[in-house]
Design a protein around this ligand. Structure first.
Ligand SMILES: O=C[C@H](O)COP(=O)(O)O
Length: 247
């Protein structure tokens, strides 16, 4: 049985004062029935981990594939773990687009994360042009295979399906489209990893909000969500956590 996961990605948002939202979230959901993860900007990982004190998980938004070295501005998985992170997002479409990250690079980052005991939240998703061209499952299959390490398990890996065109736009796929992709990913992981693949959790991401969370969580093979904008405020993210607890 896969435990549900509500994950929030603060992206390039959040200052020290924003940690009050974490305190409010924990106060409102002291014993959530699902796993809860927040991924703040790197500047807040240590402080958020101290605030969370193990009551929710804290993650980074990216890590370098190498342990140390001359990579100005980058952060290693070891540094994130040292700062109190337990997870790291890799391969978010904004990094694939802004930093030219390939599936092979993302797989290397996920392997670096695993080597430091971090759970890799690997993001994949098609562009609008790819969906319009009818190549969504082809793209998802290629990214899923190329970005996921051979050593992936339900313990060290989470997959987030995030259609690029649904991120921050207020647009979401139909529930049938979400189910089609999630069923496909489940089948691909089962085929590649067998019973271990069946334990890898599948999150949906892209314009998840309190008003649409329940129906998305009721969709086939959706084990939770990777939430962007609606994870910034305790009230919104708390409502999404509540929907996932009831799913
Ligand atoms: O990582 C989160 C996703 O990019 C979703 O962002 P969003 O909920 O603001 O659409």
């Amino acid at each position: 049985m896969r435990k549900k996961l509500a994950a929030g990605n603060w992206k390039m948002n959040g200052l020290a004062v924003s940690l009050s939202e974490v305190e409010a979230l924990i106060a409102a959901h002291p014993n959530p029935a699902c796993d809860v993860l927040l991924c703040p900007p790197a500047t807040l990982v240590s402080a958020m981990a101290a605030t969370a004190a193990g009551r929710i998980s804290v993650g980074g938004q990216d890590c370098h594939m190498e342990l140390t070295g001359a990579h100005t501005g980058d952060i290693s998985a070891q540094m994130l773990a040292d700062a109190g992170a337990s997870h790291v997002i890799v391969g978010h479409s904004e990094r694939r687009a802004d930093h030219g990250e390939s599936d092979a690079m993302i797989r290397a980052k996920a392997e670096a994360a695993r080597a430091q005991g971090l759970v890799a939240v690997i993001c994949i998703g098609e562009t609008e042009a790819e969906r319009d061209a009818g190549t969504t499952l082809e793209v998802i299959g290629r990214q899923l295979f190329g970005s996921t390490p051979d050593a992936a398990t339900g313990v060290n890996t989470v997959i987030a399906y995030e259609p690029v065109w649904a991120i921050g736009t207020g647009r979401t796929p139909t529930l049938e489209q979400i189910a089609e992709v999630h069923d496909f990913m489940r089948s691909e992981l089962n085929g590649r990893f067998g019973s271990e693949g069946a334990q890898i959790r599948l999150l949906y991401g892209g314009s998840v909000k309190p008003s649409n969370a329940a129906e998305i969580f009721a969709t086939s093979n959706v084990d939770g969500a990777l939430v962007g904008g609606a994870s910034l405020k305790a009230a919104d993210f708390g409502a999404i956590i509540g929907a996932l607890e009831r799913a």
